[in-house]
Design a protein around this ligand. Structure first.
Ligand SMILES: *Cc1c(COP(=O)(O)O)cnc(C)c1O
Length: 419
């Protein structure tokens, strides 16, 4: 009886999600999921920091029973995220990885997954070490080429997992083309859209079945929480994910959801500034003599700039660049920055930088790293929303330190040669 009532209310929520998806994006960021508290009129949705809910009588609850199953603060965020993605329903998880794991748990032994080859390190770690243990096989392909994806599909393929733009190389995949392919072969298409955010890209509107975010990054935007979410328009996928969420319990705290919802309200403004700053920094780096290569979807030198223009409403705040002088130059640059933080995350208001060869990918054997395009001098910059001049000045002074170090090396090697 009770589950029957729940089913109906999910269907109703789907209908509701569709009708409210028509308002402007910035309006949705501020208002979606906001229910004004009828008892106090509080303009901000109250924080329901509670584990459980009192039932008025046996067999009847007021929509919530236990926070592992659902919580009003979490539900408000799930509604907001779903509306930002253009409709559907959201499932919020305790981290981006918990969200990927929830998707993975929809599959079982014998199933095959095709995955982007330049994928977030945690995702390949999960697929290679945990999925493989349950008899799920994975093929990594360059998903920027739909023909290669088609070649990798086998009769056992159930899921196509695409990251776009990728971390850290900022490669793009054509979601529209991949979704046509996935539909043709009866495969679920999941898109990790953490770098783009719904401000720049709404994968569900291009036919993806699941969109995933590490809400740790741009969605929350303030380096306060770890979180993840999946959004889907498929009722069966939603029910599957919801069941996994409730059963496994990798749920976020109500407080984390409440903070995330506060962060989302400024998503449009932040993404505009991230994109403006990053476009300028990308141009600055591209003309710098110590920089051999800059990857930014907004540069005409990006190999998929045309696709970026077609598919993205903004080019975002992430830049990857390569320094002449390899590993040592990368380390010198990192150690010389003052404003830009040396930190492994991305997508927050603070500018942050990482050096994959010495940080995120230090465990990957060098040959494998190089084969994946992660060279020794590669640097990933998450451009924050600070004053552009200050970000540029910090880079300028750190690049100066790299030049001085390279000159010192030349002098000492000349001395050695002479000795
Ligand atoms: C950070 C990140 C993840 C993992 O999210 P967590 O919140 O750190 O668990 C997944 N995908 C991408 C693209 C990411 O950047």
């Amino acid at each position: 009886m009770k589950s029957q009532e729940k089913k109906q209310s999910d269907a109703e929520r789907f209908a509701l999600a569709e009708t409210s998806a028509a308002r402007g994006f910035a309006t949705s960021t501020v208002h979606a999921g906001r229910h004004i508290d009828p008892t106090t009129g509080s303009v901000i949705a109250p924080l329901y920091q509670t584990a459980t809910f009192v039932l008025p009588e046996v067999g009847r609850d007021l929509g919530f029973d236990y926070t592992r199953s659902s919580n009003p603060s979490r539900q408000a965020l799930e509604e907001n995220l779903a509306e930002l993605e253009g409709g559907g329903l959201g499932v919020r998880c305790s981290s981006g990885m918990a969200a990927v794991d929830a998707v993975l748990r929809l599959y079982s032994a014998g199933d095959h997954i095709v995955c982007s080859h330049d994928v977030y390190g945690g995702v390949s770690r999960l697929f290679d070490n945990i999925a493989s243990r349950s008899g799920i096989s994975i093929s990594y392909v360059d998903t920027s080429d739909p023909a290669r994806v088609a070649d990798a599909i086998t009769p056992a393929t159930k899921l196509l997992w695409v990251e776009t733009p990728t971390n850290p190389l900022l490669q793009l995949s054509d979601i529209e083309a991949l979704s046509a392919l996935a539909k043709d072969r009866g495969i679920v298409l999941g898109v990790d859209s953490t770098f783009a955010t719904p401000f720049a890209l709404k994968p569900l509107e291009y036919g993806a079945d699941i969109v995933l975010h590490s809400t740790t990054k741009y969605i929350s935007g303030h380096n306060q929480i770890i979180g993840g979410a999946c959004i889907t328009r498929s009722e069966s996928i939603y029910e599957g994910l919801k069941f996994i969420q409730k059963t496994v319990g990798a749920v976020p705290s109500p407080f984390d959801c409440w903070l995330t919802l506060t962060g989302i309200k400024t998503l449009s403004l932040r993404m505009e500034r991230h994109s403006e700053n990053a476009a300028e920094i990308a141009r600055y780096l591209e003309q710098h003599p110590l920089v051999s290569r800059v990857a930014y979807p907004g540069l005409s030198s990006h190999p998929q700039h045309e696709l970026a223009k077609k598919q993205l409403d903004a080019f975002g705040g992430m830049i990857t660049f390569e320094l002449h002088g390899g590993f040592e130059s990368g380390v010198t640059l990192m150690n010389s920055l003052k404003l830009i933080s040396l930190a492994e995350s991305l997508g927050a208001v603070e500018s942050m930088i990482t050096h994959p060869a010495s940080m995120t990918h230090v465990c990957v054997p060098r040959e494998e790293r190089l084969a994946r395009g992660l060279s020794d001098g590669l640097v990933r910059l998450s451009v924050g929303i600070e004053s552009l001049e200050d970000i540029k000045a910090d880079l300028e002074h750190a690049l100066e330190a790299v030049r001085n170090q390279q000159e010192e090396n030349e002098v000492s090697s000349r001395k050695e040669a002479a000795a």
